[in-house]
Design a protein around this ligand. Sequence first.
Ligand code: FEO
Length: 397
Amino acid sequence: MHNPIPVTNDIYWIGVNDHETDLFEAQWPLPEGVSYNSYLIRAGKTALIDTVKKTHLTQYVEKVRRLAEGGRKVDYLIINHMEPDHSGSVPVLKQLFPEMNIVGNKKTLDLVKEFYGITTDTTTIADGDVLDLGGHTLRFVLTPMVHWPETMMTFDETSRVLFSGDAFGSFKTLDGGLFDDEINIARYDDEILRYFSNIVGKYSLMVQKAMARLQGIDIKVVASTHGPVWKKAPSYILDKYDLWSRYMAEPGVVVAYASMYGSTLEMAEAVSRGLSLAGIREIRMHDVARTHPSYIIRDAWRYKGVILGSCTYEMGLFPAMRNLVELLDEKGLKNRSLGIFGSFGWTGGAVKNLKSFAEKSAWSLVEPVVEVKCAPDEHQLDECIALGKNMAGALSV
Ligand code: FEO
């Protein structure tokens, strides 16, 4: 989308689509790309809200020039978030528009100095401060740790557009449609949750604090730095973030397993059969050696039940399972029901490590814990089926 797109009176989307980056933050897959959203307000003064990743600078600057007075005058750059997917274009913009004043809170401007060496023509704002653009009045709402310490939101009191930074964002490019009534939202749902769970979910408590700050504000449009702009029904994305940041879940189960020679896979299938026999219809099986943890974290955030099974490798967890468990721990997901099982050949280790995760996570452990030497027999497979059935029971209470 090479042309600026009007959001409301005087406000334009001037973001870009990134189809080339394979891994967000060098670790989260982007099979459907991502957008970096920036906005321009053309009022008495011209203001930019955030910029884009520097890889897309040329297209971005062209859009700014097309809208800025005489192709060259930008009065303010308001920085809601300093992560370089949004601030990467700042130094070049500053060269192109030397009169541009950079607006941010104290932590923002510290990062502007540390990242880009810019210390002049800046304005430090505090929570609740107002910037009058002449025809549009902007109010700043500090929302730290959604997703960095300096993060804030900017609310245009005139048009009631909330420029929300990373909050309410999504992976996936904007494929022609920008607004929620221009897209098939169902095509975005998985990527919205994967973005939330991978990037923002760790800071759920701070998301809740940010949402409390937004209470009572009449928001007409939610304009995030990634993904669709929510104009027809902003409550859709606001409600999802509220539920997810309170760790609310749907009635389903993720079964993630690691298996080198098939024993643990056989157990995983028996567990899933137990789930199915007990009426669970949302069962997501993932082979951790072949599915990136990004997707498993997403499904763990979606569903109430998580069952982890691992073979033993070098007297511990299979490496991909160890990575998944560490990430689940790091993301701080809460209030899940957990089942665990595993196998070993000549000495144990996998189940012992999964038990440690069970204790650390404080998730509710569903019995039985099933551990098998070499290959499961009929009795042990029955125990796996029982684990699935008991998990279904735990979800129904
Ligand atoms: Fe989209 Fe935290 O950067």
